[in-house]
Design a protein. Structure first.
Length: 634
């Protein structure tokens, strides 16, 4: 299966030699690195035996940084310089970040200060981009791997959420490059989890991956057929995770202990206690929270697992709603699901497992540590990609495009080239032509979204194809190719096939769409489908009207003498009729369908009125071609 033959330039391909490759789970809350040793995947620990590296970087005044546990310890005392959950900022602009005003950071709007649109954070050690911060986490993991494996890495498979768009994936790759890591492949997190459970060798069918991490919830519906995983749909909530359970418990403690609003420091202390209590309740029936406030006041509250489940039930309910939506999107029902995989530390909570189990009428796969399963799956994949595969081990992994990729055509319409949910990698081409006689350049506008009009979609990139030899309108053949690689990055190329002129672009949008935004764009497309179709028909009619007006005008310029005065006047009347109808067609107070009908009638009248003229022009050009030629030459 050719798609897995990813040979990176500079990578030696010597067979039969074990090559060190790792899988990295670059998480919002925690990151991990894993590898396959003697055929068994394992998570690598730091020198203190800890496997989870908190995804936290604290910048220091001397320009250095602390990474992981050491940084996390200062989260509450030095919040401005301690970057947590940087994954949320990857490939995002300031305006993409929800509730940025509630975060402790001094954000720099990347659109203004040369950050290619990505938000940045001003710290004591200077302005830091999310890519740099992520690179520091990755470099720490790389060091850990090289120390414990005693050799240099060939490369790594890094996991990303299935819904990550182009900008977020590119930012992740950039971070890896900065950390000196050769990315063998980006892999979607649910697919990695499914691999860790060996589902790729299981029976063909549909699998659901339920991932409740620290601050995010993701649900993915995967389909396995012939050893190939395909992501049928993704969904979730980018602002729902274990942290919300901590917060709910914190509020409950406040109520129980009848506490007045707390200082920042006391809040932070109590939040840490709440988190510890939550984690204990996953294995104990009861726990006691004890904290001493700055004032010296002792807080002491006992909570049972039952009560904790009750007070956080609505949070679990939210995840169930997201599951229903993702199942609808994938067009599968509970009976179609052959297995469920639990991912993320927060799925250790028994009431979460119970709810998922009840929903799917099955016991979910949960015997691998839910916070390690993604890294383990990535390690298995990395091992294969590095060439350490055993006989019969070759399979493909497929992801899908979250939104359709299209091109702007005349009239501000979108022609979809790669439809939403296409499995990647993929390439599709479509032919276009010129609109005007002698047109030598063509603007290519790449857009993303489900709607029919460009103005309702998101613009990804623009470029021009120049140097098209002058030809009659419609004679040029321009082939536009869209290609999405295994990492989900898009390249677009346009080529005029007669002259061979070409132009291309790799789309690196300045910042990405959030999953909420993807959801909104999909929602919009469903609710506006009918109106969009009418607008599309109208726009097409407008384009046709412009085309026939141009053609008539150029015919009159060269051959008006073929028409009598009365005929010319009649034609002028029809031309005016089309012009008026074009103008009227922009009157938004009238239904698009009615406008289109009126325009269509005028265009048809002009088309009919020019039939005779066209016939005479044809005769004339035939006569001209024959003039002075003897019969046997013809
Ligand atoms: P992410 O994917 O966001 O990096 P993780 O998968 O590491 O996050 O999950 C982190 C979350 O899991 C935190 O909210 C943490 O409190 C929670 N968690 C870890 N262990 C337990 C446990 N035993 N019981 C309940 N929640 C837990
Ligand atoms: Mg995770």
């Amino acid at each position: 299966m050719a798609l897995l033959q990813i040979a990176e330039p500079g990578m030696s391909t010597a067979p039969h030699q074990h090559r060190l490759a790792v899988g990295i789970d670059l998480g919002t809350t925690n990151s991990l690195v894993a590898t396959v040793r003697s055929g068994i995947p394992e998570v690598l620990s730091d020198e203190d035996g800890r496997q989870l590296l908190p995804s936290v970087v604290r910048y220091l005044a001397n320009g250095n940084a602390n990474i992981g546990h050491k940084a996390q310890a200062h989260q509450t005392t030095d919040p401005k310089n301690t970057v947590v959950s940087v994954k949320r900022f990857m490939g995002r602009g300031l305006k993409d970040i929800a509730h940025a005003e509630n975060l402790p950071y001094d954000f720099v709007d990347g659109d203004r200060e040369g950050g290619h649109g990505m938000v940045q954070i001003r710290t004591v050690a200077g302005i830091k981009s999310p890519v740099e911060t992520s690179a520091q986490i990755l470099a720490t993991l790389r060091q850990r791997a090289e120390d414990s494996l005693g050799d240099e890495l060939v490369g790594a498979v890094i996991t990303v959420p299935a819904y990550f768009d182009d900008a977020q994936r590119q930012a992740t790759k950039d971070a890896a490059q900065l950390a000196g890591i050769n990315v063998l492949r980006l892999l979607s997190e649910p697919t990695a989890a499914a691999i860790a459970y060996g589902l790729d060798h299981a029976k063909e069918g549909v699998y659901a991956v339920y991932d409740l991490g620290g601050g995010t919830f993701d649900i993915s519906i995967l389909k396995l057929s012939k050893g190939v995983f395909e992501v049928l749909s993704t969904g979730g909530d980018s602002a729902l995770g274990g942290d919300d359970f901590d917060h709910r418990l914190f509020c409950w403690i406040m109520e129980q202990a009848k506490l007045a609003p707390l200082s920042h420091q006391d809040t932070a202390t109590l939040m840490v206690k709440a988190r510890q209590a939550k984690e204990q309740l996953s294995t104990n029936d009861e726990t006691t929270i004890e904290a001493i406030l700055k004032s010296g006041e002792l807080v002491q509250v006992t909570i049972t697992a039952h009560t904790f489940a009750e007070i956080t039930r609505h949070l679990v309910g939210k995840t169930m709603n997201a599951i229903r939506k993702a199942m609808r999107d994938a067009d599968v029902s509970v009976e179609d699901v052959d297995g469920v995989v639990m991912v993320g530390g927060a799925t250790r909570m028994p009431h979460v497992r119970r709810a998922v189990s009840e929903f799917f009428h099955t016991i979910p796969h949960a015997n691998i540590d839910p916070d390690k399963v993604v890294a383990l799956g990535a390690a298995i994949q990395a091992n294969l990609l590095a060439g350490n595969r055993a006989e019969g081990d070759d399979w493909l992994l497929l992801d899908v495009t979250p939104l359709s990729l299209g091109i702007e055509t005349m009239g501000g319409l979108v022609e979809k080239i790669i439809p939403r949910n296409s499995t990647i990698p993929c390439a599709r081409a479509q032919e276009f032509t010129t609109f005007k006689d002698g047109q030598t350049a063509l603007a290519v506008h790449v857009v993303q979204g489900e709607r029919e009009l460009v103005s309702d979609c998101r613009s990804l990139a623009r470029f021009e194809l120049r140097g098209i030899p002058p030809m009659a309108a419609g004679a040029a053949r321009i082939r536009v190719t869209y290609q999405v690689d295994a990492d989900g990055l898009l390249s677009v190329a346009a080529r005029e096939t007669r002259s061979g002129v070409e132009a291309s672009i790799t789309v690196k949008p300045s910042y990405g769409l959030g999953d909420d935004e993807v959801a909104r764009m999909l929602q919009d497309s469903y609710s506006s489908a009918q109106g969009d179709m009418q607008m599309r028909a109208l726009r097409e009619e407008q384009v046709e009207a412009e085309r026939i007006l141009l053609a008539t005008q150029s015919a009159l310029e060269s051959d008006a003498d073929l028409l009598g005065v009365a005929e010319q006047a009649a034609l002028a009347g029809l031309v005016q009729g089309v012009r008026d109808a074009v103008q009227g067609s922009n009157d938004t107070s009238i239904e698009p369908g009615v406008r289109q009908d009126a325009l269509h009638a005028a265009v048809q009248a002009l088309a009919k009125g020019t039939e005779e003229f066209a016939a005479r022009r044809m005769d004339k050009s035939v006569r001209k071609a024959l003039a002075g030629k003897s019969l046997d030459e013809v």
